[in-house]
Design a protein around this ligand. Structure first.
Ligand code: GLY
Length: 374
């Protein structure tokens, strides 16, 4: 494949973020309605993606205006550490993409402390009898005290990071116990994954799988598969445990084998046969592409080649067929599916789709600059 599109896409992304940063400022976009992002509070699970995007662009451009916006976002996100009842397992996304990035770019010790406090809150969600990290607080009358969800695989890096930074293995132990539980309870023989598995929080006994954001308990929500694919790759990167590498490969195989010809999945891989007009989820494609590039980097130039090629095919199709880079849309990726069953952000741009598309593009851009690992 000719690689010229990567530089062109990158330049367009930098222009787009330059423009939208004026309208979004230091706020927290979620999904779009009529091409404009709807903003959400700083304790929402998506809050880290906008500062994360700003840091991605800053890493190449050193644009100080974007840096100042990212810092202003982190200030608001760090205040949520005092909103205990609002917080959830997604502090991994929130603080990983804001506070940790701020610490890495600016050596900001306060930001590092915020991320360590978030890691302690995440570790505090661990239920030792069921060996799972509890996902959410209760919403209304719905009892979530025994619920674990696949997305949490992407929050484990906050725990691995904390263990390394303060040289204390406890956070890593919790992350591995959760990942091992996911291997056993979420990943199916064929590589498909459940979104939610419920446990009895008193005994740890498995109660059963739930549909969550998927079509049904035994369907295959495509973004859940993407979180699992990328999350297990990251667990391998941090721990070197072979079982996580084999899990990410298994999920990747399922994901790739079920893609339609344009490489962007329907929002669920197991929909009824008459769902011919089902929407796609461009965010699932972007997350999976970035995860496939992580696998490629783990395996090196020869063994990782097929994963890199698969990621490139997905990203090229997203760029060609699914971007709003030159359109009057605040989002970068079009045609994402947030919550199909609730009809929220369907056929919309999603800030996490944009984040992972840009992250993956940057990985690809650097892959052509650096000598690949063997
Ligand atoms: N629950 C996180 C997601 O929508 O992927």
């Amino acid at each position: 494949m000719d690689n010229a599109w990567i530089e062109k896409a990158w330049e367009q992304v930098v222009d787009k973020i330059g423009q939208t940063s004026h309208s979004i400022g230091a706020a927290f976009p979620n999904g779009t309605e009529n091409g404009r992002f709807v903003m959400t509070p700083a304790h929402d699970w998506v809050a880290g993606f906008w500062p994360g995007l700003l840091w991605l662009v800053y890493s190449e451009t050193k644009n100080e205006r974007l840096q100042a916006l990212a810092v202003a976002c982190e200030e608001q996100i760090s205040q949520t550490l005092w909103e205990f009842e609002h917080l959830h397992h997604d502090v991994g996304f929130m603080f990983g993409l804001s506070s940790i990035k701020q610490y890495e770019h600016l050596s900001d010790e306060a930001a590092k402390r915020h991320a360590l406090m978030a890691a302690s809150l995440l570790a505090g969600r661990f239920n030792p009898v069921g060996s799972f990290i509890r996902a959410w607080p209760n919403w209304g009358n719905e009892d979530h005290s025994g619920w674990a969800i696949i997305d949490c695989m992407m929050n484990l890096p906050l725990l691995y990071w904390a263990s390394e930074v303060i040289a204390d293995p406890r956070y890593r132990h919790i992350a591995e116990l959760h990942a091992d539980m996911v291997l056993k309870e979420f990943i199916q023989e064929d590589g498909s994954v459940h979104h939610i598995v419920a446990f009895d929080p008193e005994t740890g006994a498995r109660v059963g799988a739930l549909a969550g954001q998927g079509y049904a308990a035994d369907s295959a929500w495509s973004r859940g598969a993407a979180w699992a694919l990328y999350g297990f790759a990251l667990s391998y990167t941090y721990t070197g445990k072979e079982r996580y590498l084999s899990a990410t490969k298994r999920v990747a195989q399922f994901f790739l084998n079920h893609l339609p010809s344009d490489k962007v999945p329907y929002w669920d891989f197991r929909l009824p046969r008459d769902s011919v007009d089902a929407p796609r989820d461009s965010a699932a494609a972007a997350i999976a592409a970035s995860g496939l590039l992580e696998i490629a980097s783990i395996l090196g130039a020869v063994d990782g080649l097929s994963y890199k090629q698969a990621a490139e095919e997905i990203l090229f199709s997203l760029y060609q067929n699914y971007t709003g880079l030159q359109e009057d849309s605040e989002g970068i990726l079009l045609h994402g599916t947030g919550y199909f069953m609730q009809n929220i952000y369907v056929d919309a741009s999603l800030i996490y789709g944009d984040y992972y598309f840009v992250e993956a593009l940057l990985k690809l851009k650097h892959a052509y600059k650096t000598i690949p690992k063997n």
